[in-house]
Design a protein around this ligand. Structure first.
Ligand code: NAP
Length: 280
């Protein structure tokens, strides 16, 4: 089975637009980007386009590559205080001289729709997430929508980044999977991945997951986005692994669209939470 993230995200976005229209709320997302990285600019443009599609208002703050940390923090402060803004997304990576951690920590936790603030990561670890990071949360949605159960399964996550690997492990643990996290210092990676009922790879290296590393019938989720001979590919050798896996995400068209749909869902969640008496 090919896990079609594009089709799934389109269904979710359609439902979300209806829900937003019925709610009477007018959610707003603000994006902050620094520098002129073409990949980052493309992602931000895409996010604004999808906002429009689901009737979420959006504003974009564009800062130059040589921006000071003070100016970035000043922009976030303004957005934190702006009553019209429900969600704030800081497009990563930031220029090397800007401490990303400091910027992430400056976002109000109830507007942190990326879920990277340590407070929101803490809630996730405690088992009661509010804003879980969009990529792993989108993967959980994709599994659920395809009726792939997680409880009791052995999940192996390759990669331990804050945006994908660690929160993925937490979400899978919260859903009662038994989880192994692997990284660049893992001894004998194939031994670990071959034990996976659900294998998630977020490494960023083309074909780091080969057919001999996958158990027959495993569910394979490929987060990686890599260029190989001018083509966009994931971490997984798709052509070889698709015959072994019971289900697999393609690249492109798998995890990526689910990430954006989840960002929209998190923004609407932020707008809903701001209208009720939730204690943060
Ligand atoms: P990251 O912060 O660079 O983390 C990569 C992880 O892979 C690290 O934990 C690293 O280990 C581990 N690693 C590196 N080489 C390895 C190896 N040979 N064997 C096992 N583990 C290895 O990356 P990320 O933010 O998670 O992103 C990973 C990829 O996913 C990138 O291609 C990125 O573009 C893509 N991505 C896609 C989406 C989407 O929506 N589709 C979202 C986010 C990211 P150490 O910790 O030991 O260094």
């Amino acid at each position: 089975m090919i896990l079609d993230g594009k089709a799934c995200s389109e269904r979710r976005l359609e439902l979300l637009r209806e829900e937003i229209d019925e709610s009477g709320l007018h959610p707003h997302l603000a994006t902050v980007i620094a520098g002129s990285d073409t990949g980052s600019q493309m992602y931000v443009r895409m996010k604004h386009r999808v906002c429009e599609q689901v009737h979420i208002g959006s504003v974009g703050i564009e800062l130059p590559a040589d921006v000071t940390l003070d100016r970035v923090l000043g922009s976030i402060r303004q957005l934190n205080e702006d009553a019209d803004i429900d969600g704030i997304l800081v497009q990563l990576p930031l220029p090397a001289h800007i401490h990303a951690d400091q910027v992430i920590r400056s976002v109000r936790t109830d507007k942190d729709v990326d879920g990277f603030h340590p407070y929101n990561l803490g809630l996730l670890l405690s088992g009661s997430p509010k804003f879980a990071p969009c990529t792993p949360k989108g993967i959980m949605t994709l599994l659920a929508e395809n009726r792939i159960g997680v409880a009791g399964k052995h999940a192996v996550v390759v990669g331990r980044s804050i945006d994908v690997g660690r929160p993925m492990a937490a979400l899978l643990t919260n859903a009662d999977a038994t989880v192994t996290v692997c990284h660049s210092k893992t001894r004998n990676l194939p031994d670990e991945t071959r034990r996976a009922d659900i294998l998630v790879s977020s490494v960023g290296k083309a074909h780091v997951i080969t057919a001999d590393m996958v158990k027959k019938g495993a569910v394979v989720i490929d987060v990686g986005i890599n260029q190989l001979k001018g083509k966009l590919v994931g971490d997984v050798d798709f052509a070889a692994v698709q015959d072994i896996a019971s289900a697999i995400t393609p690249v492109p068209g798998g995890v990526g669209p689910m990430t954006i749909a989840t960002l929209m869902e998190n923004t609407f969640l932020a707008a809903k939470l701001r209208t009720c008496d939730t204690v943060w």
